[in-house]
Write a protein of this length. Structure first.
Length: 161
């Protein structure tokens, strides 16, 4: 079975991802899109990302956590490398969901990126999405306006190699 590895993230215009292990932006439409795309598939994340979820593993998805430690998680599989995680995934579609170091390790492996880009410069972030090269081409750009539930303009983008 050929596995499709995609990256999914919400970033600011300066590639900021988060602060203090929390997302920078609360965008209900982004959360809805994330859930729609990843449900029924495999999500791979670092341990900090996993422990940032208030209820543990994300429901209706195979959750795989990358850790150098031997964690014992009741609701997620633990692997010690990206390749081990991909090889052990039971689904064809795999989504890399963070954090910054995991994204960096997966830029060469992934062939699609789903990036929600928020029209904002996050000054005090402590986690950043890595710079990506010219091999990535934007194939879709769906801009959205700020509204009562979304403080900033943002855009759903899809990038392919």
């Amino acid at each position: 079975m050929k596995k499709n590895v995609s990256i999914i993230a919400c970033i600011s215009k300066n590639n900021a991802l988060g602060k203090n292990n929390k997302l920078l932006y609360h965008l209900p439409n982004d959360m809805k899109m994330f859930k729609q795309i990843t449900t029924g598939n495999t999500v791979i994340m670092g341990s900090k990302t996993y422990f940032s979820f208030p209820k543990g593993a994300l429901p209706n998805r195979e959750n795989i956590v990358i850790s150098h430690s031997d964690l014992d998680l009741k609701d997620a599989k633990v692997c010690h490398s990206i390749q081990e995680a991909i090889d052990s995934a039971i689904n064809e579609n795999i989504f890399i969901i963070g954090g910054g170091q995991i994204y960096k390790q997966c830029l060469d492996i992934a062939d699609t990126m789903y990036l929600t880009i928020v029209d904002n410069i996050a000054e005090d972030a402590d986690a950043f999405f890595p710079e990506w090269g010219n091999e990535w081409k934007k194939v879709e750009d769906s801009p959205r306006e700020a509204d009562e539930k979304h403080k900033y303009n943002y855009s759903f983008t899809i990038w392919k190699k």
